[in-house]
Write a new protein. Structure first.
Length: 480
C-alpha cells in the first residue's frame, strides 16, 4: 500500500544538486561565505547543501539566523560530533563540545571566570586595562625598532604576540618578550589552527580522504599536531600552578579554574584554558591586523582619528577605556572594521539537538548547521553600500555613535553559543587601537598595492602587507 507522508515532514530545505560521494564540496570555492550569499539569492536564506554524505543546513541573513539561534536556541546549540574535534583542547573543549548538562556547567564556569578577570567590576577592568596598556607600549617599541631607518614590515606576528600576552597575563600571570623566539614560533604555529580546522572537518565528512596522500590529509595531520602542541604548552603551565597552588590566593584564571572546574573531571582545567588561549589569539590578532591595514589603506581616516584623540585625550596621558564616549569616530571606525571585514565569516559549525522546523522546512536532529555572519554584515537591505568602508555610517546627526546600528553587526554570534570573549575583545581592541594611534602614525609601503582581498581560514585576514611607523611627538614618557 502507498504510504502517505505528511507534507511538512517531507519538505526539506531547497538547495543545489549534490553529487554522489562529494556532495557540494567542489562548489564551495575559496571564500564559501560569498558562495553561500549567491546561493541564498537563488534558494532563499535557509537552504541545504551536502558535504560528503551529510546534509548541512546553511543559514543566511539576520532574520533567519535570529529565528534559529534565538527563537529555537536549545535546538540549535549542538556541535557536530566530528572526531577531529576530539583533538582540540585535549578532548575537553567547551567551544567544540556537544550540548549537554555538563557542557552548560562548563560554559557557565568558563564565562563567569573570564568575566571576573576582565569586566565584572571596576577592579577587574582596571587590571585588564593595565595589562593591555603594558602590551600596547611594548608593541609600540617593537614597531618602532622594526621601522628603523624607514623600513617596512609585516605587523601580524607582533600583533599576535601582543594579544596572546594579554591572555597569558590573565591565565598564567606571565608575559613573553617580542624577542622570545620560542613563544613566537608557538604562536605562529597555533595561528594555523584556523586554516586547518576546516580540513579536519573535511576529513570527518569525507573519511576516505585519510586513505591516500592529499592536501586535506596533510593539513589534517598538522591540525592534530598543533592542537597537541598548544595543549602541552598549557598543560605544563597548569601543572606548575597545581604544584604552587594556595587555596587562599587566586593568582590568575588558572588558579580560579583549579578551584572551580576540577569537579567536572580530569583534564577540564587544561581543556578550558587551552580553549581561551586559542579562541582569543587568532581572533583578536586578526582584528588588530585589520585595523592596521585599514589605517594605512585610508590615511585620511587615520588623520581624523589622530585629530579626535588629540582633542579628547591630549598628549599628557594615554587614552583609557573610559574615554570611549568622547571618541565616537574611533568607536565607529572599529565597528566598521568588524562589519566590513567580518573576519569571522561563519560561527563554529552548529548542530541540531532535535528535529526542528525552520521557515517551514523540516530539519532532522543531528544536522550540521553553518551560520553565515558575513551575509548579515553585507546585506543591502540593512546597510547602504555594504562593500564600502565608511565608519561615518555609524554616526548619527550629532556625531554620536548610533548604538542600535552598532548592535546590528554580527561577529560574536547569538544564542547559547555566543562568544564568551565579546566584552573582553571589545575592551582590548579599543585600547590597543587608541594607544597605538596616540603614539604612532602608520604609513603604507608605497611599493605595495594594498589590495582589498583577503585570505581565508577560520578567520579572514588581509593579504600580507607591510607598513612603517613614525612615533608621534611625545611631551612626556607615557605612563599607565
Ligand atoms: C566562540 C567570535 C574573541 C572565547 C566564538 C564564536 C564566534 C566568536 C563567532 C562561535 C559562536 C558560535 O558557534 O555560534 C569571536 C571574535 C572575537 C573573539 C570575533 C574577537 C574579536 C574571543 C576571546 C575569547 C573567546 C578573546 C576568550 C578569551 C570563545 C569561546 C567560544 C567562542 C570559549 C565557544 C563558545 C561556545 O561554544 O559556547 N567566538 N571571538 N573569543 N569564543 Fe570568541
Amino acid at each position: 500500500a502507498l504510504r502517505v507522508r505528511s507534507p511538512r515532514r517531507t519538505r526539506s530545505p531547497p538547495g543545489p544538486f549534490a553529487w554522489p560521494l562529494l556532495g557540494n564540496v567542489m562548489q564551495l570555492g575559496e571564500l564559501p561565505h560569498l558562495t553561500f550569499c549567491r546561493m541564498a539569492q537563488k534558494y532563499g536564506d535557509v537552504f541545504q547543501i551536502r558535504l560528503g554524505r551529510r546534509a548541512v543546513l546553511v543559514l543566511n541573513g539576520e532574520a533567519a539566523i535570529r529565528r534559529a539561534l534565538l527563537g529555537q536556541c536549545a535546538q540549535f546549540a549542538g556541535r557536530p560530533g566530528f572526531s577531529s574535534y576530539r583533538a582540540i583542547s585535549g578532548g575537553k573543549s567547551m567551544a567544540f563540545g556537544g550540548y549537554s548538562e555538563l557542557w552548560r556547567l562548563h560554559r557557565k564556569i568558563a564565562h563567569s571566570t573570564l568575566r571576573a578577570f576582565s569586566s565584572a567590576d571596576a577592579d577587574a577592568r582596571a587590571i585588564l586595562q593595565r595589562h593591555i596598556a603594558d602590551e600596547a607600549r611594548e608593541l609600540v617599541e617593537a614597531f618602532a625598532s622594526l621601522s628603523a631607518r624607514g623600513r617596512y614590515f609585516d605587523p601580524s606576528l607582533e600583533c599576535t604576540v601582543a594579544v596572546a600576552n594579554v591572555i597569558c597575563a590573565l591565565c598564567f600571570g606571565q608575559r613573553y618578550g617580542h624577542e622570545d623566539q620560542e613563544f613566537k614560533s608557538l604562536l605562529g604555529r597555533t595561528l594555523k589552527f584556523g586554516q586547518t580546522v576546516g580540513a579536519g572537518s573535511l576529513v570527518d565528512l569525507l573519511p576516505w580522504l585519510q586513505t591516500f596522500p592529499n592536501p586535506a590529509r596533510s593539513l589534517y595531520r598538522s591540525f592534530q599536531e598543533l592542537n597537541r602542541e598548544a595543549f602541552d604548552f598549557v598543560k605544563a603551565k597548569i601543572s606548575h600552578h597545581r604544584r604552587t597552588y594556595d587555596p587562599a590566593v587566586t593568582r590568575d584564571m588558572s588558579d580560579a579554574f583549579i578551584r572551580d572546574i576540577g569537579r567536572l573531571g580530569d583534564g577540564y582545567v587544561e581543556g578550558t584554558v587551552t580553549d581561551l588561549f586559542g579562541a582569543g589569539q587568532d581572533t583578536n590578532s586578526a582584528a588588530l591586523t585589520w585595523v592596521l591595514f585599514l589605517l594605512v589603506r585610508y590615511p585620511h581616516l587615520q588623520a581624523r582619528l589622530h585629530e579626535e584623540l588629540e582633542g579628547a585625550v591630549g598628549r599628557e596621558r594615554l587614552p583609557a577605556w573610559e574615554d570611549r564616549r568622547r571618541l565616537p569616530f574611533l568607536e565607529a571606525f572599529l565597528y566598521e572594521t568588524l562589519r566590513f571585514s567580518s573576519f569571522v565569516p561563519f560561527t563554529i559549525p552548529h548542530c541540531t539537538t532535535a528535529d526542528v522546523t525552520v521557515d517551514g522546512f523540516h530539519v532532522p536532529k543531528d544536522t550540521v548547521v553553518f551560520v553565515n555572519q558575513w551575509s548579515v554584515n553585507h546585506d543591502r537591505a540593512k546597510w547602504k553600500d555594504p562593500h564600502a568602508f565608511d565608519p561615518g555610517r555609524f554616526l548619527d546627526d550629532k556625531g554620536e555613535l548610533d548604538r542600535d546600528l552598532a548592535k546590528g553587526v554580527l561577529i560574536f554570534s547569538l544564542g547559547k553559543r555566543r562568544c564568551i570573549g565579546d566584552e573582553f575583545s571589545k575592551v582590548q581592541l579599543f585600547l590597543f587601537t587608541a594607544i597605538l594611534l596616540h603614539q604612532c602614525t602608520f604609513l603604507a609601503d608605497p611599493a605595495e598595492g594594498l589590495s582589498m582581498g583577503c585570505v581565508n581560514g577560520l578567520t579572514l585576514r588581509p593579504r600580507p602587507f607591510s607598513l612603517s611607523v613614525t612615533l608621534r611627538h611625545r611631551r612626556r614618557q607615557p605612563s599607565a
